[in-house]
Ligand binder design. Structure first.
Ligand code: NAD
Ligand code: ZN
Length: 352
């Protein structure tokens, strides 16, 4: 089959690799119908995640059809249309028993496209199939479901739930990439009174306004004033960091009100200064997290019932074998204005 293979820093190719097969009784093999690319894949290509070995098939988000299941798989059946979640779960370890699948100690966690071959391929082997796959209802399209593999649960769990967004809150979201915009979409489920989004890119600010932000401003604007009358200049109830650089975390720390909450979602590759000399009296809660995908079923239900629509986040569409072009487009959002790309299998391809 064809797959997107990481060849070491700066190197990738859509090339022939052996078909995946069952290795463990809890595995399934899934034919990929739709797949997307994540900012983390770009981090891997930059060489920022040295644990990823050359030869690895990348990708951790997909929708597909189950081709084969191992003898210990109980619920997932051949032929089902499924979401492949970015997080796998052994179901047995102390973290899995708490629903903290991202921290799985039993061989799960973020493994696809990281420590084992991933989803940017014609087929993928998925460990712990009963817990890593979600059967999709007919009323959720492949494209919409793709957003449930990573960005929606990430934004919802690590941003909105960790930040305890509540009715009437003033919410600051720093970063309007796919994750920040997904945080905006899922924060609105809780009826905050005002959502202010910060991003230097005008097209991303426009998208934030289209998706329901009350204000979208550049980082050099008077963001505190944008938070509005009701905050009395004290700052946001909740500040969600969705960029992953020092200055944006510090912006959240400056603009959260005493007693407020900072939910850090961004992946930081460098140290950040925590100004405890300013924060220590302010009763501020700071949370960090890796997505668990413990809310995927809930988000799927909301999507199926028409209560959650993140489809505008998919801006570009390709066939699976246009993977290299899709990477070029996704990696250059300043030119392409891409948010998420969707690659789908050519309908003419025979059932494997
Ligand atoms: P992205 O790179 O597409 O978006 C980041 C956005 O931040 C861009 O729109 C950029 O213009 C904006 N930005 C840059 N500098 C800024 C500044 N000074 N102020 C405000 N905005 C600024 O990334 P994404 O896919 O949306 O992901 C966001 C972050 O979430 C990344 O760090 C990603 O690695 C992380 N992430 C975390 C988890 C998790 O489990 N914690 C999971 C997935 C992604
Ligand atoms: Zn586990």
């Amino acid at each position: 089959m064809k797959a997107l293979v990481y060849g070491g820093p700066g190197q990738r190719s859509w090339t022939d690799v052996p078909d995946p097969s069952l290795k463990d009784p809890e595995d399934a093999v899934v034919r990929v119908e739709a797949v997307t690319i994540c900012g983390s894949d770009l981090h891997i290509l930059k060489g920022d995640l040295p644990e990823v070995q050359p030869g690895r098939v990348l990708g951790h988000e997909a929708v597909g059809t189950v081709l084969e299941v191992g003898s210990a798989v109980r619920d997932i059946k051949v032929g089902q249309r499924v979401l492949v979640s970015c997080i796998s779960s052994c179901g047995q370890c102390r973290y899995c028993r708490e629903g903290r699948y991202g921290q799985c100690l039993g061989g799960g966690g973020w493994i696809l496209g990281h420590t084992i071959d991933g989803t940017q391929a014609e087929m993928v082997r998925v460990p712990f199939a009963d817990r890593s796959l979600h059967v999709l209802p007919d009323d959720v399209t492949n494209e919409a479901a793709l957003l449930l593999a990573d960005i929606l649960p990430t934004a919802y769990e690590v941003g909105v739930l960790a930040g305890k967004v509540s009715p009437g809150d003033v919410v600051l979201i720093v970063g309007a990439g796919p994750v920040g915009l997904a945080a905006l979409t899922t924060a609105r489920l809780f009826s905050p009174s005002r959502i202010v989004v910060v991003d230097p890119e005008p097209t991303r600010r426009e998208e934030a306004l289209r998706l329901g932000a009350d204000a979208a401003v550049a980082p050099d604007a008077d963001v505190r004033a944008e938070l509005g009358y009701w905050t009395e200049g004290l700052g946001a109830d909740v500040a969600i960091e969705a960029v992953g650089i020092a200055s944006t975390f510090e912006m959240c720390a400056d603009l959260v009100r005493p007693g407020g909450r900072i939910a850090n979602v961004g992946v930081h590759g460098a140290p950040v200064t925590l100004h405890l000399e300013r924060l220590w009296t302010r009763d501020v809660t700071i949370t960090t997290g890796l997505v668990d995908t413990s809310t995927t079923s809930l988000l799927l239900r909301l999507m199926s019932d028409g209560k959650l629509d993140a489809s505008p986040l998919i801006t570009h569409r390709f066939c699976l074998d246009e993977m290299e072009t899709a990477y070029d487009v996704f990696a250059d959002p300043a030119t392409s204005h891409a948010l998420k790309v969707a690659l789908t299998r050519d309908e003419q391809m025979p059932f494997a």
